[in-house]
Design a protein around this ligand. Structure first.
Ligand SMILES: O=C(O)CCC(=O)C(=O)O
Length: 389
């Protein structure tokens, strides 16, 4: 039993899974009705189809199907597995389970976040600006569960060659441009690892923290996140979204849960179920979250987001970048350079693909070719320069 789950109210893993079953079925029905899914459709100019744009702006999410092909998926899985295998054997250990030095001990930012099995590390805490005000159910894990489980992995552009190449994916960058304008900028990245029977919750939240009271607030001001799914994701392990809530301003989540009889199974939410290689796009203002993974299925989601440049420039750092005084031109340029290098890394690996043309770096491509020196200059510890708002 994990320390977060003691107390008479904590269901066992099996009880939690059984208790979720009807809610998951309802969610699947709502998801079918909501639609908002299909392949990426770009016109001859590389512009995203207006129907997709309309659907995204109406509901605050979209599921792009079959974006990542088989061979790229295999590369991503192998690199993600390598990161998982090279994680420290315990939270603070210097070695992995095979006795090798753990990955990332020399990274400026620790690539690994561990939690107790089936716990909710953020709900009801002040962590991350207190944006997860209501704690999810924390089922008791099976007695043979490990003490800690991997929850998040950071720095995919540094730690995973295929992760850097993914960051330069032409269709995904075309979508980012369509949503956030041709001078769009990056946000951050994180890999959510939700192991079957062990993975924790992400309590209901809205991502953005900076612009709720901005005079120019609108439904896109906090940007969006992609999630690239390495495995099929199911209602039991996937991300859930409350459609249309990106338009609602800052939501009183505690009240929503209270008015739902204290239950986190909020009515009207839809599960973003996916096939392997599908990519979800979720507005960072949409109410979203995921439940303790008491299902038998693994989810690994490569999560990375993009902003409008105007949303970030001149803003104070927030969330994991709280100590930053201001995001100035130089910082934005330096972090955006990761995209330029990623495009070149991808071009070398996929010579038959038309590379994305990232307007802020037009004419500067030769300065951002993927070489060892460029890796050291741009990619090493790039996530210290994340642009969180
Ligand atoms: O994938 C998840 O479970 C949570 C993702 C999330 O909350 C986010 O990307 O903001």
């Amino acid at each position: 039993m994990n320390e977060h789950s003691v107390g008479p109210a904590a269901p066992t893993r099996a009880e939690h899974a059984a208790g979720m079953a009807e809610y998951l079925r309802q969610g699947e029905r709502l998801a079918r009705e909501a639609g908002n899914r299909g392949p990426v459709r770009l016109d001859a100019q590389g512009e995203l189809h207006p129907n997709i744009l309309d659907a995204y702006w109406e509901k605050g999410f979209y599921v792009f199907e079959r974006v990542i092909g088989r061979s790229e998926l295999d590369e991503l899985r192998a690199d993600a597995d390598n990161m998982i295998e090279r994680a420290p054997v315990r939270r603070d250990a210097g070695i992995d389970a095979r006795g090798r030095p753990a990955l990332g001990r020399d990274f400026a930012r620790d690539p690994y976040t561990f939690i107790k099995p089936l716990s909710d590390p953020w709900g009801g805490t002040e962590v991350l600006g207190g944006r997860h005000p209501s704690q999810m159910t924390q089922p008791a894990a099976d007695t043979d569960a490990p003490e800690d489980v991997l929850f998040l992995m950071h720095g995919m552009c540094q730690a995973m060659p295929s992760g850097l190449r993914l960051y330069g994916h032409p269709a995904l960058l075309a979508i980012a441009e369509a949503i956030n304008g041709e001078d769009f900028v990056p946000f951050n990245d994180a890999i959510f690892v939700k192991q079957p029977g062990l993975g924790g919750s992400v309590a209901w939240h809205q991502d953005g923290v900076t612009h709720w009271n901005s005079p120019n607030w609108d439904e896109g001001i906090h940007g969006f996140n992609f999630q690239v799914q390495l495995y099929p994701s199911t209602p039991g392990n996937c991300l859930w979204v409350m459609p249309g809530t990106h338009k609602d301003g800052h939501i009183d989540i505690k009240r929503l849960v209270r008015e739902n009889g204290g239950s986190e199974r909020l009515p009207g939410a839809v599960p973003l179920t996916c096939g392997a290689g599908d990519v979800t796009m979720v507005n960072r203002q949409a109410l979203h979250g995921s439940f303790a993974n008491t299902s038998p299925d693994l989810r690994i989601s490569l999560t990375f987001g993009f902003h409008r440049r105007a949303s970030v420039l001149g803003q104070k750092g927030a969330l994991s970048m709280k100590s930053v005084d201001v995001y100035d031109e130089q910082r934005i340029f330096d972090r955006s350079a990761v995209i330029a290098v990623a495009i070149d890394a991808r071009r070398r690996h996929h010579p038959d693909e038309t590379p994305f043309r990232y307007r802020p770096f037009a004419g500067l491509e030769d300065d951002y070719r993927m070489t060892e020196a460029t890796f050291e200059r741009v990619i090493r510890d790039y996530n210290l320069k994340d642009l969180a708002i």
